[in-house]
Design a protein around this ligand. Structure first.
Ligand SMILES: NC(=O)c1ccc[n+]([C@@H]2O[C@H](COP(=O)([O-])OP(=O)(O)OC[C@H]3O[C@@H](n4cnc5c(N)ncnc54)[C@H](O)[C@@H]3O)[C@@H](O)[C@H]2O)c1
Ligand SMILES: O=C(O)C(=O)C[C@@H](O)[C@H](O)[C@H](O)COP(=O)(O)O
Ligand SMILES: [Zn+2]
Length: 365
């Protein structure tokens, strides 16, 4: 098992990465304040991992009151209506402020459980048990929680940190290949935004990673979590450099929202978004054409899309980008690349270059 720490004073927490951690109730029970636990999962992950989690918890502490909330599976259900189902379970079970929520699943379950925990009786503890690559490298760490709105991705939410992250690398064995690829997009993101050594390492090992090599995946998860933990520790609420973790997301969120949540996976939309960010950076004179080719080659090797959906229009992109959370006073702010391995937040006045970039990627130039 590898362990890191996210340093946030008295809200600091450990991130453990390793095989078969879902069964390690002994890592969870010392952090409980009371004995009430609500496990939140979905109809896909629950049948595979719920019994192992429950057995490990009860083996470590027999007097636990464990309740279960099983949500339907999918980004389309990451909404207020399904959050209410979590709160209903908590209230029906008579859970109090010392209850702990355990999020067992991917980023959708993690984001929703965290937001439910942030609101329930004005805040109870929660623990992340991420079971997708994406959630192990990104969404379980850093305390961004929330749900989507039909008009915008993650528009309702709270910063609410978990007490612990347990990333069980063996759970990736049951993950569909398309989901592994989606998670790899966020790993590539860390390389592009701030870690050129990670980028080189990914270029060398992408085949093994995509074949599911557990040792390589463990290293990718640990390096990604370290990168994210360092950024979040310095800027928990995205006053500055945390925005760099949004590389590719302004475009990506536009794709997810316009296409309908769940049509393009988050990681797929971010992959196309990162290619757009690279191409726009080239148009602004910061990247070379060869840099964009390098980005495209790596994304393709990770079996990710490198262009946005052809059915989208430039106006649709601009409409969604106008409501991005990073914008200030109507000024579009985009994460772009100064060079490969260094991102920066840019107030975009070059609207013609943006339109040309989108038109060309959509095959409309
Ligand atoms: N909070 C953050 O910082 C942050 C960061 C990145 C992404 N996100 C959010 O995370 C979400 C995407 O997360 P995701 O990619 O994990 O998607 P997801 O939660 O929808 O999971 C992907 C699919 O894999 C299934 N699954 C999960 N674990 C499995 C396993 N071990 N074996 C078999 N199937 C499994 C799920 O049931 C689902 O069908 C998006 O909503 C995105 O906005 C949040
Ligand atoms: O943790 C962050 O900060 C991120 O931006 C990570 C992103 O990968 C993630 O998709 C996040 O949910 C996006 O947040 P948002 O505030 O742009 O909705
Ligand atoms: Zn993301």
């Amino acid at each position: 098992m590898q362990s890191l720490q996210l340093d946030l004073g008295d809200r600091s927490y450990a991130i453990h990465i390793g095989s078969k951690l879902i069964s390690r109730g002994d890592l969870i029970t010392p952090l409980l304040e009371g004995k009430q636990i609500l496990i939140v999962t979905n109809t896909t992950v629950g049948p595979i991992y719920l019994e192992t989690l429950k057995a490990g918890l009860l083996e470590s502490r027999a007097d636990l009151e464990i309740e279960i909330c099983i949500l339907p599976d999918g980004e389309a259900y990451k909404d207020i209506a399904h959050l209410e189902k979590i709160w209903n379970r908590l209230l029906e079970a008579g859970f109090n402020r010392k209850a702990t929520l355990l999020a067992l699943g991917g980023g959708v379950i993690g984001d929703m459980s965290g937001f439910a925990a942030a609101c329930y009786q004005r805040g109870v503890n929660f623990i992340q048990l991420p079971t997708t690559l994406l959630s192990q490298v990104d969404s379980s760490v850093g305390g961004k929680t929330g749900v989507n709105h039909p008009l915008g991705k993650n528009m309702l939410g709270a910063f609410w940190q978990p007490r612990l992250v347990l990333a069980d690398t063996s759970s990736l064995q049951t993950l569909p290949k398309r989901e592994l690829a989606a998670g790899m997009a966020e790993v590539i993101k860390y390389g592009l935004l701030g870690d050129s050594e990670l980028l080189l390492w990914l270029e060398t090992h992408i085949q093994g990673l995509m074949q599911g090599d557990e040792q390589l995946l463990t290293e990718a998860i640990a390096r990604s979590c370290q990168c994210k933990a360092t950024i979040v520790a310095e800027d928990e609420r995205e006053a500055g450099q945390r925005a760099l973790l949004n590389l590719g997301h302004t475009f990506g969120h536009a794709i997810e929202t316009e296409m309908g949540y769940g049509q393009w996976l988050h990681g797929e939309a971010v992959a196309a978004g990162m290619w757009l960010a690279a191409d726009l950076s080239r148009r602004l004179g910061w990247l070379e054409a060869s840099d964009c080719e390098r980005v495209e080659k790596l994304l393709k090797a990770a079996q990710l899309p490198v262009r946005p959906p052809k059915e989208m229009t430039v106006d649709q992109f601009l409409k969604h980008m106008a409501v991005d959370k990073k914008n200030i006073d109507g000024q579009l702010r985009l994460v772009l690349l100064e060079h490969l391995g260094k991102a920066k937040l840019h107030s975009l006045t070059e609207l013609e270059e943006l339109k040309a970039c989108l038109n060309s990627a959509l095959g409309k130039a």
